[in-house]
Ligand binder design. Structure first.
Ligand SMILES: [Zn+2]
Length: 277
């Protein structure tokens, strides 16, 4: 493995890993092709998403419970293929990512499966700020329009254009037999899954915020909860989690009453662990 890739992986790993301990593979995360929900990402959205997906872990076969079946993206780039056009007439453009796994006894079979050349189908979960109609350009969320996605108007298929992604959550990786999806890997983005993930992200954020408020009360008693709320709303999910963990650790040293809270937190933790990001 090239030294610079090993270095990229190094930022995410807790200990220094050697090439022999790692398994890496390439995958297509998503593209600008119209998907089965008649939606598609714009090319600029793909550029943003490529950045957002670096560092994110993915799961195989939607099995959120198996920790041994996770991989982490360590690099992602947008690639354009001018020899292939999308249904919309654009150059086919996709996010090509590289992911790594630490080789273990338990994921040996999975690695063999990927090596055997099984085609991969990826689904991604993310949030976008802007959804617009491909026919009239109106914002679906704020304005709405008379066009219906999937219908054809004046020979042009109406689809929803997804742009301005704000966050990327998990990606998953479904191994399907080679014959089924011969050719280029097709990526899709079921809206149901997107909604589910967006909903989960909201709940997770709220949970982190209330944890932060609770722990901060003992660690930084002088800080007003309004100010703390403002600070929290400016933070990313990852920063919120870091802040929560740090406050919890300090709170643990402070007060015996926190032990009670910790028990509750532990309960929450087990309920939510399958959605770990
Ligand atoms: Zn429209």
């Amino acid at each position: 493995m090239p030294e610079n890739e090993l270095e990229l992986i190094g930022q995410f790993a807790r200990k220094k890993l050697s090439s022999e301990e790692l398994y890496t593979f390439s995958l297509i995360l998503c593209d600008n092709e119209i998907d089965r929900d008649n939606e598609r990402f714009t090319v600029s959205a793909l550029h943003e998403l490529a950045k957002l997906f670096v560092g994110k872990t993915g799961i195989f076969d939607h099995n959120m419970k198996s920790k041994d079946q996770t991989a982490r993206i360590y690099m992602a780039q947008v690639v354009s293929d001018s020899s292939r056009k999308t249904a919309d007439g654009e150059d086919y453009t996709y996010i090509q990512a590289k992911a790594y796994m630490v080789r273990t006894e338990k994921n040996k079979d999975l690695i063999a499966e990927i090596d055997a050349g099984i085609k991969k189908e990826t689904s991604v979960g993310c949030c976008v700020r802007d959804i617009s109609c491909s026919i009239c350009g109106k914002n679906i969320k704020t304005e709405g329009c008379e066009h219906k996605k999937g219908n054809v108007y004046g020979g042009k298929l109406c689809c929803y254009l997804l742009s301005e992604p704000t966050d990327a959550y998990e990606w998953s990786f479904v191994a399907v037999p080679a014959q089924k999806n011969a050719g280029v890997i097709k990526s899709f983005n079921p809206s149901q899954e997107k909604e589910k993930l967006a909903q989960w992200a909201k709940e997770y954020t709220d949970e982190l915020k209330s944890d932060i408020v609770r722990s901060a009360a003992s660690v930084i008693p002088g800080l007003q909860s309004d100010s703390l709320g403002e600070i929290c709303s400016a933070l990313s999910l990852k920063s919120l989690k870091d802040l929560r963990d740090a406050l919890r650790m300090s709170a643990k040293k402070n007060l015996p009453v926190i032990r009670q809270l910790e028990v509750n937190d532990a309960d929450n933790g087990s309920e939510n662990s399958e959605y770990k990001i």
